[in-house]
Design a protein around this ligand. Structure first.
Ligand code: SF4
Length: 315
């Protein structure tokens, strides 16, 4: 198999941990400041009521049980493999520090046995020093990743989608995480309302400038029970077709730093939850199509990155 013109997750995981690992998604039942009224109600316009997560806690599965089950099911070619405990749903550091400790304590029995890293998803504006300290303490025993949603590097777009944080919040949070020795992953969405092709490139430049170690990117999807559902039904918001997404994705990858690892390049919302787009690209086929597009252009990840690159635009 030829080497793809961009860095993908599995080879990086194998190189980092020396073996196959799987991710176990966990729902600790938090919330977000743009949901609970602190900054607003309703959450991000594209987010469903389960907080972009598993919904496992809501379905009654306790955290320790979620992790134990995930570990029991983690397999590669039929053999048990170690796992990354991924606190996925909502903003996991948007809780009292005692609660954060309690949540993270579920991984303790598995450190040194089956959990090789802990990944904590949160918002850039809910990353207070006390939470950073708790994660830094855990990071002395196991690698800790923190995942921040940037989504778009443009404050006007962030306002439009009701993120209720700024690009400056993202920059500051990444700096705090790096200073604490945490590995950072940044999230981006291409095709958000008010963001265009140049917006996609701008977001990639911001992620490159921030030097986050990993990047997750996907196209805007309209999910049931979201604020965007109404706008989409009313025809005021649209989604990208597959060819356009691939084009913008290729631009995005060219703007990244050559060392950054692409954890994800497509969304994975279940079809019964997703209203648009109706097209789906299997993980393998989108990887093939992206590699083909970059080959056609004669470019690769980092082709447009330069050391003096600073994101331009409205952020
Ligand atoms: S911050 Fe994340 S979980 Fe919270 S409303 Fe936005 S997308 Fe949903």
């Amino acid at each position: 198999m030829s080497t793809p013109p961009y860095r993908t997750l599995r080879p990086w995981l194998r190189a980092t941990f020396g073996r196959e690992v799987r991710r176990v998604a966990l729902d600790a039942g938090s919330t977000c400041p743009n949901r609970d009224g602190t900054k607003g109600f309703g959450g991000c316009t594209y987010c469903d009521v389960e907080g972009s997560g598993t919904g496992a806690l809501a379905s009654g599965t306790e955290l320790a049980q979620q992790l134990a089950r995930g570990i029991a099911h983690a397999r590669h070619k039929g053999e048990p493999v170690d796992v990354i405990a991924y606190f996925q749903s909502y903003s996991n550091t948007y809780v009292a520090v005692e609660r954060l400790r309690e949540v993270l304590s579920v991984v303790e029995p598995w450190i040194g046995t089956r959990v090789v890293a802990v990944s904590v998803a949160t918002r850039p504006d809910t990353f207070p020093p006390e939470a950073v300290a708790v994660l830094a303490e855990l990071a002395r025993r196991v690698p800790v990743w923190v995942e921040f949603g940037l989504e778009a590097a443009d404050d006007r777009v962030l306002t439009e989608i009701h993120r209720m944080h700024t690009v400056a919040d993202f920059r500051a949070a990444v700096e705090r995480a790096h200073a604490a020795g945490l590995h950072v992953i940044g999230h981006a969405i291409l095709g958000l309302p008010g963001d265009g092709r140049e917006g996609a490139a701008r977001t990639a430049r911001e992620l490159a400038r921030a030097r986050v170690g990993g990047v997750k990117v996907h196209n805007l999807m309209i999910l049931r029970r979201t604020q965007l559902e109404k706008a989409w039904r009313g025809g005021t918001v649209g989604v990208l077709d597959a060819a356009t997404y691939l084009d913008w994705l290729a631009d995005f990858v060219e703007e990244l730093h050559p060392d950054q690892v692409l954890h994800r390049i497509t969304g994975d919302a279940p079809i019964e939850q997703r209203l648009a787009p109706r097209w789906t690209l299997e993980k393998n086929s989108i990887h093939d199509l992206l590699a083909t597009e970059l080959d056609r252009r004669g470019t690769r990840q980092g082709s447009r990155w330069s050391t003096d690159a600073t994101p331009t635009g409205r952020a």
